[in-house]
Design a protein around this ligand. Structure first.
Ligand code: ADP
Ligand code: MG
Ligand code: ZN
Length: 501
């Protein structure tokens, strides 16, 4: 062993050597939020008392027969079209055979050679600009149950079949991603896109979105694919990113030691920050796929697909483009797209008459700050799109200063009143009247002889102190530019009147 950094488990910090390039393809499972399961009428809800959402079909009792859930097929088509996939005219189900305690049938009903959808793509933002990541296929399958290890007396593994048979789609990308950051961007875009279609709540923490990552490295510039390692068990997007970075570096270190890489499945250990070999290194998975004899192939009516497609909302990709065209930077635009309720609110505020840029500023600024502080959803704030549009209009018209507008905003959230009502009642209208401002300026000048002397002896910066005083006297209602103007005019007069020393 030549050094600690090469030891198994040491997380390299220096990144992948520049001579190598990463190649990544992701397999993402999404649980569909249908009311019932894929092949029976048990509820498909998350959670519930263990083994209460079960029946002979999803428990695999002898003689039980599956019946496909039309709604699940519709949802899968919806997701597939949002991801620009082509929908097959005919699709069938296959048995994927393997043994695991949480899989009571001994096989999973999945799709093998005739998936529901193929040839899609998503666009992501990368360091070199936008890039299209191809999606190889999207197919339907059923979820397995859940094994709960170490529950009960601490040693037993308990089984909960509530999840068994919940509809899933698996979305498989081509190996088009080149860095952990790109993988992250793809996942974010995928999650947002599926979320907008409404077919899943895509919550990684509840397992309704799960990701396995395939990663290999190759000499930079090579067009051949390296030996693929599949990494499982990541519980967050951040974990996917960390696991990929670790795994690529591990592969590079192994090559540097003269080892040969082999195709294997590894598990991400979040606590240690390493990937560990899975048990199935030798036993190559042979799923012995064959057509599911209890289900007939499905013929998909193109008119049905067209109908589903027509009901899709504006998707993240389009919304992002629209916001960027309206002048938002990518990051700003993406923040508003990824948090759909913010984007929806923005669009409604614009519909109520506000310019997009100004409305976006409020949502990215004050509104987001409030949401972060309170940890509550936007819907619970006492703010309406019309109210925000009204506030933007008051600022645009110069009725209130930007400083006062924040005060009005705070009041709006407290009382739920219209901004104009608050401005009127609390006398928050901006003071632009020069005579009024001159009177205040005069008082401030008289009350601050030392500051004035400083200014007259050349310390121009001290003017700011006087501006601040005027603002305080007017409780923030003075127009800042006008205050500056009035003060400077008066100071110039004083300077002229002053006897030269
Ligand atoms: P299958 O699981 O059907 O055999 P593959 O294993 O070829 O298909 O592909 C599964 C996933 O692995 C896909 O997302 C694909 O993009 C990705 N992938 C395939 N080869 C590589 C590779 N050499 N490096 C990284 N990812 C790969
Ligand atoms: Mg695979
Ligand atoms: Zn059931």
């Amino acid at each position: 062993m030549s050094g600690a950094t090469l030891g198994a488990g040491a997380e390299a910090r220096d990144g992948l050597p520049a001579a190598y390039e990463m190649v990544i393809g992701l397999e993402v499972h999404v649980e569909l939020s249908t009311r019932t399961k894929m092949f029976c009428s048990c509820p498909a809800d998350f959670g519930g008392e263990p083994n209460t959402h079960v029946c002979p079909v999803c428990l695999a009792l002898p003689g039980a027969l599956p019946v496909p859930n039309r709604r699940a097929v519709e949802f899968a088509i919806r997701a597939a079209r949002a991801l620009h996939c082509e929908i097959a005219a005919e699709t069938k189900f296959d048995r994927k055979n393997y043994h695991y305690p949480d899989l009571p049938k001994g096989y999973q009903i999945s799709q093998y050679d005739q998936p529901l959808a193929r040839n899609g793509w998503l666009e992501i933002e990368t360091e070199e600009g936008r890039r299209r990541i191809r999606i190889r296929r999207l197919h339907m399958e059923e979820d397995a149950g859940k094994s709960l290890h170490g529950e009960g007396d601490g040693e037993a593994t308990l089984l909960d079949f509530n999840r068994a048979g919940v509809p899933l789609v698996e979305i498989v990308s081509e190996p088009d991603l080149r860095s952990p950051e790109e993988a992250r961007a793809y996942l974010e875009m995928l999650r947002a896109t599926v979320f907008y279609t409404g077919v899943s709540d895509v919550k990684m923490e509840e397992g309704s979105l799960r990701c396995d990552a395939n990663v290999s490295i190759r000499p930079r510039g090579s067009s051949e694919l390296g030996v693929l390692v599949e990494v499982k068990n990541m519980n967050s997007f951040r974990a996917v990113q960390r696991a990929l970075a670790y795994e690529a570096e591990r592969q590079a270190r192994a090559l540097a030691r003269g080892e040969r890489l082999e195709r294997e499945t590894r598990h991400w250990d979040e606590a240690r920050g390493v990937t560990l070999p899975g048990r199935s290194k030798e036993e190559v998975n042979d799923y012995r796929y064959f057509p599911e004899p209890d289900l007939v192939p499905l013929r998909i009516d193109p008119a049905w697909v067209a109908e589903i497609e027509a009901s899709l909302p504006e998707l993240p990709e389009a919304r992002l483009g629209r916001y960027q065209e309206a002048g938002l930077a990518y990051k700003e635009a993406w923040t508003l797209v990824a948090q759909r309720e913010l984007g929806d609110f923005l669009d409604a505020t614009v519909a109520a008459g506000a310019p997009l840029r100004q409305a976006a500023n409020w949502l990215l600024g004050e509104v987001s700050a409030r949401l972060n502080e309170s940890g509550r959803p936007l819907a619970e704030l006492r703010l309406t799109p019309a109210g925000l549009a009204g506030l933007v209009a008051l600022v645009e018209a110069g009725t209130v200063t930007p400083t006062l507008a924040k005060q009005v905003f705070a009041r709006m959230l407290e009382t739920g009143e219209e901004p104009a009502v608050i401005v009127e009642r609390e006398g928050l209208v901006q003071i632009r009247d020069e005579a009024a401002l001159e009177a205040v300026a005069e008082r401030v000048i008289e009350a601050n002889p030392k500051v004035v002397a400083d200014i007259l002896s050349g310390k121009e910066k001290a003017v700011a102190a006087l501006v601040g005083q005027v603002m305080r006297e007017t409780r923030g209602k003075a127009n800042a530019a006008k205050v500056n103007e009035v003060l400077r005019r008066r100071l110039a007069e004083l300077r002229q009147a002053e006897p030269r020393g």
